[in-house]
Design a protein around this ligand. Structure first.
Ligand code: SF4
Length: 429
């Protein structure tokens, strides 16, 4: 969602004659797009904003703005934390930024809360260049109240784009050379809930997937992130039916303990998670599953933690983001004692990371010798003549090749691996 917001920033500013530059040294506006989901993210963003404020002082005649969830969450307090900041803009008001910048005299301006106009209908893409993989936001906000989460405060309640609008954006992307589209939403499978009708037992989200699946020239569809609560049979069955829907699902379970899930206000049980996993694997064998876990939530005891260990061992997720709990001001859980020590959070974090790493290595080992189809995304960050892409299962693959292959589906034989990457040889396209 942050990447989408950054794209939106660049696109709305470009349409008003601004230009994104490669270096802070030549910029005349510094805009820091921020995340509030964890304390660490905010600490880093405040540190970076102070660095930019010092740079601004040396350079003179430069503006410094903070955009995104941290702007919304900390609001005017940010001006006290860093007096060098000129403006703050919440994620729902990004569309109002050009007007603000054209307004010469900017002195501690805050654009927060609901946007003056609908901020989610517009496309965020720069069509002057080709994006092999593109993200399309289908909704904003979240109606849930997970006890630890700041998102409903920073992004507001759910609002959905029209299906026509989304499909038109996907068609335009494909026409411009996009081969893979990821549909984005805070709870992506909640799309259209209570506003669009179910049809033939299919939720609005599954109807949307069907329409995008039928766009000629598109190769792959992904979505991020679904909620276990709304993961129903129609979505599971879509993984067996829709040819372009990747066999890869990020299912954020957060904990394996029913007691902690209830305390987190996550309305499902570990049994429900195991049911979804089994049903998905029946529909799409070898489907890749990833997840998010929080360790050290208030009151999480050893028994609760072991239930999470058991869940990770039972499901064998291909990858998991493990977060150490940190209280976020303004959330329900921030009023509870943060009673798991930092050392214990570190220990639990490490135990889970070891499990995930083991599963990942074992999976990667089984891939050696296989031929896989890779959508080539471009040059790899490191290595001469190395290309980088992903399989439909989400495995990252690096191999030798010329960057004219960017945007092609390449057949690659896997020859080696690390914990996170598969390496291979190009067989053909
Ligand atoms: S579902 Fe829960 S964790 Fe996810 S964005 Fe909504 S409130 Fe936050």
């Amino acid at each position: 969602m942050n990447v989408r917001d950054s794209e939106r920033l660049a696109t709305v500013l470009a349409s008003f004659g601004h230009e994104v530059v490669d270096s802070e040294d030549v910029a005349d506006v510094y805009i820091l797009n921020t995340c509030s989901v964890r304390e660490q993210a905010e600490i880093k963003a405040v540190g970076k904003s102070r660095y930019l404020a010092r740079k601004k002082l040396r350079k003179g005649d430069v503006l410094l703005g903070i955009v995104g969830c941290m702007a919304e969450n900390l609001a005017e307090n940010l001006f006290k934390l860093n007096p060098g900041i000129d403006f703050i803009v919440g994620p729902r008001c990004i569309g109002e930024l050009p007007e603000l910048l054209s307004n010469g005299n900017i002195n501690r301006v805050a654009l927060l809360g609901e946007a003056k106009a609908d901020d989610i209908t517009e496309s965020v893409h720069n069509f002057s260049r080709r994006n092999v993989c593109a993200s399309v936001s289908i909704m904003q906000g979240c109606n849930m109240k997970c006890s630890y989460c700041i998102v409903p405060k920073t992004r507001g309640r759910e609002t959905y784009r029209s299906m026509e609008d989304i499909v038109a954006e996907c068609e335009a992307l494909v026409k411009n050379g996009t081969k893979e589209i990821t549909l984005l939403g805070q709870i992506v499978n909640n799309y259209g809930q209570n506003t669009l009708a179910n049809g033939n037992g299919k939720s609005p989200f599954v109807q949307l997937l069907e329409r995008i699946d039928s766009i000629p020239g598109l190769g792959r569809i992904r979505y991020m992130s679904p909620h276990p609560k709304g993961f129903r049979r129609d979505l599971i069955a879509a993984h067996a039916r829709l040819a372009k829907l990747c066999p890869s699902v990020h299912l954020p379970v957060q904990s394996g303990s029913d007691r902690i899930l209830k305390a987190m206000r996550r309305p499902y049980t570990r049994a429900r998670v195991l049911f979804i996993v089994e049903a998905l694997r029946n529909c799409a064998p070898n489907i890749s599953l990833t997840t998010d876990i929080i360790v050290g939530y208030p009151g999480e005891g050893e028994v609760d933690f072991q239930e999470t260990v058991d869940l990770l061992s039972a499901v064998r997720f291909n990858m998991a983001f493990i977060f150490k709990y940190s209280p976020r001001v303004g959330t329900i859980s921030a009023t509870l004692p943060d009673d798991v020590s930092d050392d214990e959070k570190d220990r639990r974090n490490k135990v889970l990371l070891d499990i995930v790493q083991r599963c990942s290595i074992e999976h990667n080992e089984t891939m050696v010798g296989n031929e896989v189809e890779v959508l080539v995304e471009g040059k790899a960050k490191r290595g001469e003549n190395k290309l980088c892409g992903h399989t439909k299962y989400g495995d990252k693959v690096i191999f030798d090749g010329h960057d004219t292959l960017t945007g092609e589906f390449a057949n690659v034989k896997i020859t080696n691996y690390s914990t996170t990457v598969l390496c291979g040889e190009l067989i053909g396209v």
